[in-house]
Design a protein around this ligand. Structure first.
Ligand code: AMP
Ligand code: MN
Ligand code: MN
Ligand code: MN
Length: 276
């Protein structure tokens, strides 16, 4: 099964409209795709319409921004009902404050000699409420301040650098409740990206599972092969299923749809039983 359960469209910080993400996935042999825009369900209807034409199974998803012990985590919800009031209200709360944060990022960059980045990032965001660091990175690359979006993150948009503005996102337990209330399964996204010690990661996984989490992403665009092995072992140890998702944001921006290695057959896939 070529399952890709993590992808983004212009409904958040992806480069392609939802329908184009689905068409691209189908063309690349993806049999089951989850569209998982950040804190946002708006792309799902268009994605569903196109998936009906292509034969790719579409899983309705979302990627929720969470603050846990001061660290930003991402929790993917899979198979959520996008009309669920608890989920919708929760996401609205998470989204509020993004634009103010972006204004503050713009002011911070201006203080280090880069004017106009708030307006520049906003112009690149189809939905202004979802303006994100990715839009700032694209703006900084397009205006030639950095060689590419990777450098924009390295030099400007991460903790300790100008342009980084800390933000308080959802509580982990709340995000898991909204996903559960909406009938979905919660997956801890790209665990290899968090700056956590081994013991903090073990606490996180125990807390995540205890609060209703189902799976962790093992094979994902930002993991190395060593991390596939590490997080596969942690999934087994903590009794969690495993997921595979590219975290596709656009052509030439990180991993391609459906192109990553398969899960280790010893792992229990989160999509088991969803084929139809
Ligand atoms: P935000 O939700 O505004 O903090 O933006 C987070 C998004 O920035 C993530 O979903 C990624 O798409 C992107 N991102 C974060 N860190 C990096 C990085 N080091 N390199 C490239 N993209 C990144
Ligand atoms: Mn993103
Ligand atoms: Mn993420
Ligand atoms: Mn993502």
């Amino acid at each position: 099964m070529n399952a890709d359960l993590h992808s983004h469209s212009t409904a958040s910080d992806g480069a392609l409209p939802p329908g184009d993400v689905v068409r691209r996935a189908a063309a690349r042999g993806v049999e089951m795709l989850a569209l998982t825009d950040h804190d946002q369900l708006d792309g799902l209807q268009e994605a569903r319409e196109v998936a009906g034409e292509t034969g790719t199974v579409l899983i309705d998803g979302v990627e929720i921004s969470v603050t846990w012990r001061g660290v930003t985590l991402h929790v993917v919800g899979l198979g959520v009902d996008d009309g669920n009031p608890a989920l919708r209200a929760g996401l609205e709360g998470v989204r509020s404050g993004r634009i103010e944060r972006a204004r503050e990022m713009g002011r911070s960059l201006e203080r280090s000699g880069i004017p106009g980045s708030f307006e520049g990032a906003l112009a690149l965001a189809r939905n202004p409420a979802m303006v994100s660091r990715t839009h700032f990175a694209r703006y900084l690359a397009q205006c030639g301040r950095v060689a590419g979006t990777k450098d924009a993150f390295r030099h400007y948009l991460v903790p300790g650098r100008p342009g980084y503005v800390p933000h308080r996102w959802a509580q982990l337990a709340d995000a898991l409740c909204w996903i559960g209330d909406a009938g979905g399964r919660a997956v801890l996204a790209h665990p290899g990206r968090y700056a956590l010690s081994a013991s903090a990661m073990a606490s996180l996984l125990a807390e995540f599972r205890g609060a209703g989490g189902s799976a962790i992403e093992v094979v994902t665009g930002s993991h190395s092969p060593d991390q596939y092995a590490l997080f596969g072992a942690l999934a087994i140890k903590h009794g969690l299923a495993a997921s595979r998702g590219s975290d596709f944001h656009g052509p030439d921006e990180g991993a391609e749809l459906g192109s990553l290695p398969a899960l280790d057959p010893r792992l229990r896939p989160v999509w088991e039983g969803w084929e139809h």
